[in-house]
Ligand binder design. Structure first.
Ligand code: HEC
Length: 109
């Protein structure tokens, strides 16, 4: 029993790696700070229509861009700057790396 108690802190530490890097990236892509990238960029970053509407100038379609071929640096820059439509996220480099790797892994799906 004493030995088990000594091992207990190790189990706690192991929890940190309970989800894999891929799962972490997928989770972040789908719910970073509460606003999903997928809502505007599609399930795997392939782009998605956010809204379309018609006015006196005709039909307008607002889309999230295809981000499957964006570099890590451009994803990092995009999520941490202000845009007209896209929110600013304040994600860490580690979080952006996980999202970037998720996009790389799934871009041919
Ligand atoms: C509310 C919709 C919306 C959400 C949510 C959103 N984006 Fe965007 N994103 C856009 C739009 C629209 C653009 C293109 C125009 C602009 O910069 O506003 C864009 C541009 C980008 C670009 C630059 C693409 C290029 O043209 O080079 C990247 C990279 C990107 N988004 C990544 C992300 C990631 C990663 C997330 C989640 C952390 C995210 N976006 C969440 C709408 C969104």
């Amino acid at each position: 029993m004493k030995r088990l108690l000594l091992l207990f802190p190790l189990f706690l530490g192991a929890n940190e790696d309970f989800i894999s890097h891929d799962e972490y990236g997928e989770m972040l892509y789908n719910n970073p700070r509460g606003v999903s990238c997928a809502e505007c960029h599609g399930k795997n970053g392939e782009s998605k229509v956010i809204v379309s509407f018609k006015d006196d100038k005709g039909m307008h379609v607002i889309k999230g861009s295809d981000i499957r071929n964006n570099s890590y640096d451009s994803v990092l820059a995009s999520v941490n700057t202000y845009h007209a439509i896209m929110p600013r996220y304040y994600l860490t480099k580690k979080e952006v790396k996980a999202i970037y790797d998720y996009l790389q892994k799934n871009r041919y799906k």
